[in-house]
Design a protein around this ligand. Structure first.
Ligand code: GTP
Length: 188
């Protein structure tokens, strides 16, 4: 924590994981740059983005690690999970397998490596494609509840739910570390 002119500043590391093609890079880019690239190159290793939230007199810099979903690189991901306090587990609402893989692949891998009290977020991306929906929102939400995770549906394409999801995770992190910020001055 650093303090300047009564402004308290914190940093937190957040990893975004999930199957290849679920939209992790697009989600991170939507938050960081408020744009959408139609077909970004598949991530190799990880990419790093930052975003600053200001909640009244408290600021929180999110350091976001967008990891690789491709099978060939999965075992490398553990390197990037170290010290993460927030994990966003992403699936594509039009792809059932990507949802199943959260419980069989991504959650176990994340739990092995991140802080025990890390904030988990289940993120159903591509909600703009609701006519092709394969994973029902209520089922995914029920699953999130069973593992004590937060839940959001997002569209990186349309910019739906992304800032809200990261903001909710950021606020939860601040409350977990006992930081009381003034909600009425909240700019997010
Ligand atoms: P890896 O880097 O291989 O792990 O993939 P990724 O999960 O980072 O996926 P990426 O962000 O590269 O997006 C995969 C594809 O989904 C691209 O063609 C994107 O344009 C598309 N996409 C991402 N987000 C959305 C969304 O919200 N809606 C729609 N319709 N398409 C999306």
């Amino acid at each position: 924590m650093s303090e300047e002119n009564n402004q308290k500043s914190y940093n937190v590391k957040c990893v975004v994981v999930g199957d290849s093609g679920t939209g992790k890079t697009c989600i991170a880019q939507r938050l960081a740059f408020n744009n959408f690239t139609d077909n970004p190159e598949s991530t190799i290793g990880a990419s790093n983005f930052t975003y600053l939230f200001e909640f009244g007199d408290t600021s929180l810099k999110l350091e976001i690690w967008d990891t690789a979903g491709q099978e060939a690189y999965r075992s490398l991901n553990r390197i990037f999970y170290k010290d993460a306090k927030i994990a966003i587990l992403t699936y594509d609402i039009t792809n059932n397998e990507s949802f199943k893989n959260i419980s069989t692949i991504w959650l176990p891998q994340v739990k092995e490596c991140v802080d025990q009290n890390a904030i988990l977020f289940i993120c159903g991306n591509k909600c703009d494609k609701y006519d092709e929906e394969k994973v029902k929102e209520e089922d995914a939400k029920a699953y999130a509840d069973t593992i004590g995770a937060m839940f959001a549906q997002t569209s990186a394409l349309q910019g739906i739910g992304i800032k809200e999801m990261f903001s909710a995770a950021a606020k939860k992190y601040l409350s977990l570390i006992g930081i009381d910020f003034k909600e009425e001055n909240n700019t997010e």
